[in-house]
Design a protein around this ligand. Structure first.
Ligand code: BES
Ligand code: ZN
Ligand code: ZN
Length: 505
């Protein structure tokens, strides 16, 4: 979708539709909505007086008119003033855009919801309008040879109308930034939505190389042979059962140099469980396990955003990729592997594979002497039980890093919640035959998973994001059901980490 910014008054704008807004309980609208109301001969305030429109959060009112150049006016409810925030701007922008798209329109004009009110700076409000609109109207270009009529509906253009000339430059900059962030989120969603047969570790690595080339990142891919030389026994062990060989993707944004921030993402392109095979049905159906590379998708997409935004920080993205399959060559429960760090691990359960590939990738990351390591992984079902499907788990050995992530989380509207790394739980990981084993009991499984990873970070400030619950949405009430997150892959983590890196110091 093309996005334009023009100076002017929305009521004078000629487009297929214009979008304005209303806070709940307001009887006589002011600002841009007030001007439109006046131009319409009080049609909006009369509709409010009749009780037909209240301005409730995400409520929409569509008026048809001949009185102004645009034939349609969509008034979108902002809800109560006291609870208004950036995420509500994303949601109402998404709601409005989808409403107009579904009517079959191609183009509309809008004001920036919330700019100037509730102390929201215009730049942030404009970014939220653009993000909400783009993210909401995302569709996965799937594999259907014939698209249905609804799938053909697509908006081509949004125009942001602003009457204050002084704000135009800031808004244009916000459009540019938010477009990069949204398009990078699309990249993550696309990768996660793809079927496993179209994203083997080799294919993912090729794709990462292409992304790197397009946006000026440097890219190194480690093959099986490289991993053998380096002694990455944990990553190799997981890949053994599959005829698709593993890859370790390393993307680097040089920025202004210095100690890098490193993000590491779990890239299991399909998690069958291995010899500890998962059941086809159950709490999480087996066919969902294509999303087990959500962490890797977040890493590739975030590096794209960081490069396109030309951020000052040096950032490295590492994505260990493998397919976890059972076969005659697969690793077996009880096998012992030697990690890149030299530690030996007893593979007590082949389905706890994410922590194995991450162990090698995280140790590899520490060699860069990073400022911080943040890993993102669909690591445990236990995290989904603990926090549900609207909140990602956060675990960290560093309060400052955890706090930074919590702050970013509030701004971007991606919920995270910190779980404690209780030292005693680590005792569950003691093995009789190796330095450590890869599973504890089912109780507190999100935490023991994180404690396993902590064994590989050394003294580096580190945070772990468990996105098993949030990587995917089926649109149900207990999953992510925001207006700007369509069914399927959510792209969670991209906006969070991009915001974190943008605001690091
Ligand atoms: N990929 C799964 C975690 C997962 C579960 C992601 C549900 C998304 C939805 C992970 O590899 C796994 O299988 N974890 C096991 C760990 C257990 C064996 C300690 C789990 O959560 O059951
Ligand atoms: Zn697993
Ligand atoms: Zn997994």
């Amino acid at each position: 979708m093309e996005i334009d910014v023009v100076e002017g008054r929305i009521e004078e704008r000629k487009d297929e539709a214009i979008v304005v807004n209303l806070f709940e309980g307001v009887k006589k609208p002011g600002g841009a909505t007030g001007s439109v109301d006046k131009a319409l001969g009080n049609l909006i305030s009369e509709t409010i007086a009749m009780g037909d429109f209240k301005g409730k959060f995400k409520e929409v009112l569509l008026l048809r008119t001949h009185k102004i150049p645009s034939p349609r006016v969509l008034v979108v409810g902002l809800g109560e003033k006291t609870t208004f925030n950036l995420d509500r701007i994303r949601e109402v922008s998404g709601k409005a855009a989808k409403h107009l798209r579904d009517l079959g329109l191609k183009s509309f004009s809008t004001i920036i919801h919330g700019a100037g009110i509730a102390n929201i700076p215009v730049r942030e409000a404009a970014e939220a309008v653009v993000e909400g609109t783009l993210l909401a109207t995302y569709r996965f270009e799937g594999y259907k040879t014939d698209k249905g009529d609804d799938e053909k509906k697509k908006l081509d253009k949004m125009t942001i109308v602003e009457y204050d000339k002084k704000k135009i430059g800031v808004i244009q900059e916000a459009v540019r930034t938010a477009t990069i962030v949204a398009e990078s989120t699309f990249l993550a969603r696309d990768l996660v939505n793809k079927p496993s047969n179209d994203k083997t570790p080799e294919k993912l690595a090729k794709l990462a190389e292409k992304v790197a080339e397009d946006c000026g990142l440097s890219c190194t891919i480690l093959s099986e042979v490289d991993m053998e030389k380096l002694g990455m026994g944990a990553l190799l062990g997981v890949a053994k059962g599959s005829s698709s060989p593993p890859r370790l993707i390393v993307l680097e944004h040089k920025g202004e140099g210095g100690k890098p921030i490193i993000i590491v993402g779990k890239g299991i392109t399909f998690d069958s469980g291995g010899i500890n095979l998962k059941p086809s049905q159950g709490l999480f159906p087996l066919l969902r396990m294509k999303d087990d590379m959500g962490g890797a998708a977040t890493v590739i997409a975030t590096l794209q955003a960081v490069a396109k935004l030309k951020l000052r920080r040096r950032v490295i993205g590492i994505a260990p990729c493998a397919e976890n399959m059972p076969s005659g060559e697969a690793q077996k429960p009880g096998d012992v592997v030697r990690c890149y760090s030299g530690k030996t691990v007893e593979v007590a359960n082949t389905d706890a594979e994410g922590r194995l590939i991450l162990a090698d990738a995280i140790s590899y990351a520490t060699k860069y002497g990073p400022e911080a390591i943040i890993d993102v992984a669909t690591l445990t079902g236990a995290c989904v039980i603990a926090l549900g499907r609207k909140i990602s788990g956060l675990m960290s050995n560093d309060d400052r890093l955890a706090q930074k992530l919590e702050e970013s989380s509030k701004v971007v509207g991606e919920n995270i919640w910190r779980l404690p790394l209780l030292e005693e739980y680590g005792e569950q990981l003691k093995s009789d035959v190796a330095d450590i084993k890869n599973v504890g009991s089912r109780f507190g499984g999100a935490i023991t998973g994180a404690i396993f990873l902590k064994n590989f970070v050394g003294n580096t400030p580190w945070a772990h994001l468990d996105i098993a619950g949030t990587v995917w949405t089926d649109g149900e009430k207990d999953s992510l059901n925001k207006e700007y997150v369509p069914k399927g892959a959510t792209g969670v983590g991209v906006r969070l980490l991009t915001h974190l890196i943008r605001n690091w110091d």
